[in-house]
Design a protein around this ligand. Structure first.
Ligand code: PCA
Length: 325
């Protein structure tokens, strides 16, 4: 059937010189390591679309920031340089505070709560992305965020002056409030940053520490479960509007499956990667009570700041999440 269609299309082209509906290739830039569960989920999503559309749309993933670096992916899709891609949602918090709904310390600290928070925030995110020429397809959380250091840390005072790798506005603010020195670095570049001493600490999941083999430079991972930020997959709006209804349905179906499967992969990767950090020689365990209490105070400040900057819509997201508790 596929060959028959291709043949027909080719015949039409040679016969009348018209532009026939041909198989399209969609390059999909992604920011994180090929072995990471987000990238694995994206690769399965790509296969699903390619198979489901009978090859009419072939999605080709490019992990590790190989096609566009993490910080460039959204713009590339907005401007049509790439039709589809994946990025950390809270990476856009500097454009609009609303994007940072999932990086509010201690608001949603488990996979279950992260799911509820996403339900509360999704309509706002769809609207915001739509206003930026983007269509939201699916979103998958990272495992809970904890603190990495190259020494034992028992209090905020122990963090003073440490060079801290940040990945969004919230993480940079956390550094400021704990007396650390933030420097924004993409996950793809952190092994280098830690090896050369540009950074000596970060907040992230066990997953990113494992992917980047941070035990080569760092020694401690404190489970804090501060929040679970999300990656999301977006399509250029013009490309989406130019896609047939049948193919849109296939893509929506594959996206739903990817979100479901990605959630399970995230949960499974959590324990696996924490063990990986231990096997690499790191000390992994919960942060001490004193440190947690101090971080919770900082969390209160950051929550108030976020609510202030995200306005009524931000407050509505948090209220609707809290109503689900
Ligand atoms: N990994 C990504 C974002 C959150 C996470 O767990 C990173 O560190 O860049």
């Amino acid at each position: 059937m596929k060959h028959f269609k291709t043949l027909l299309a080719a015949t039409a082209m040679t016969a009348v010189g018209a532009v026939a509906a041909q198989a399209e290739k969609w390059d999909m830039p992604m920011a994180y390591a090929a072995t990471n569960f987000h990238s694995a989920t994206g690769a399965e999503f790509a296969k699903c679309v390619t198979t489901g559309t009978g090859g009419e749309i072939e999605i080709v993933t490019h992990p590790s920031g190989s096609l566009f670096k993490g910080g460039e992916i959204k713009r590339a899709i907005q401007t049509g340089q790439a039709p589809i891609g994946e990025r950390l949602l809270s990476g856009h918090q500097n454009e609009n505070a609303l994007f940072g709904f999932d990086s509010i310390p201690f608001l949603a600290t488990s996979f279950d709560d992260s799911e509820k928070l996403w339900k509360a925030a999704k309509p706002s995110m769809e609207k915001l992305l739509d206003s930026q020429n983007l269509v939201l397809l699916y979103a998958v959380p990272w495992p809970p965020q904890g603190l990495y250091f190259k020494k034992e840390v028992n209090s905020v005072a122990d963090m003073k002056g440490i060079k801290f790798r940040s990945y969004n506005t919230a993480t940079a603010r956390l550094a400021e409030l704990t007396g650390m020195l933030p420097v924004q670095i993409e996950a793809a570049e952190i092994s280098q940053a830690f090896a050369t001493g540009v950074a000596e600490s970060m907040i992230s999941s066990g997953s990113t520490g494992y992917d980047r083999k941070v035990w080569e430079s760092l020694t401690h991972f404190y489970e804090v479960d501060a929040w679970l930020p999300r990656n999301y997959v977006m399509v250029n709006k013009g490309v989406w509007e130019g896609t047939s209804d049948a193919n849109k349905n296939v893509i929506r179906g594959c996206a739903e499956l990817a979100e479901y499967a990605g959630n399970w992969r995230a949960k499974e990767y959590t324990g696996f990667t924490l063990q990986g950090l231990r096997d690499g020689g790191m000390k992994v365990g919960p942060a001490g009570e004193g440190l947690v209490n101090e971080l919770k105070e900082i969390g209160k400040t950051m929550t108030a700041e976020w609510l202030e900057s995200a306005g009524d819509e931000g407050k509505a997201v948090v209220d609707s999440f809290r109503a689900m508790q």
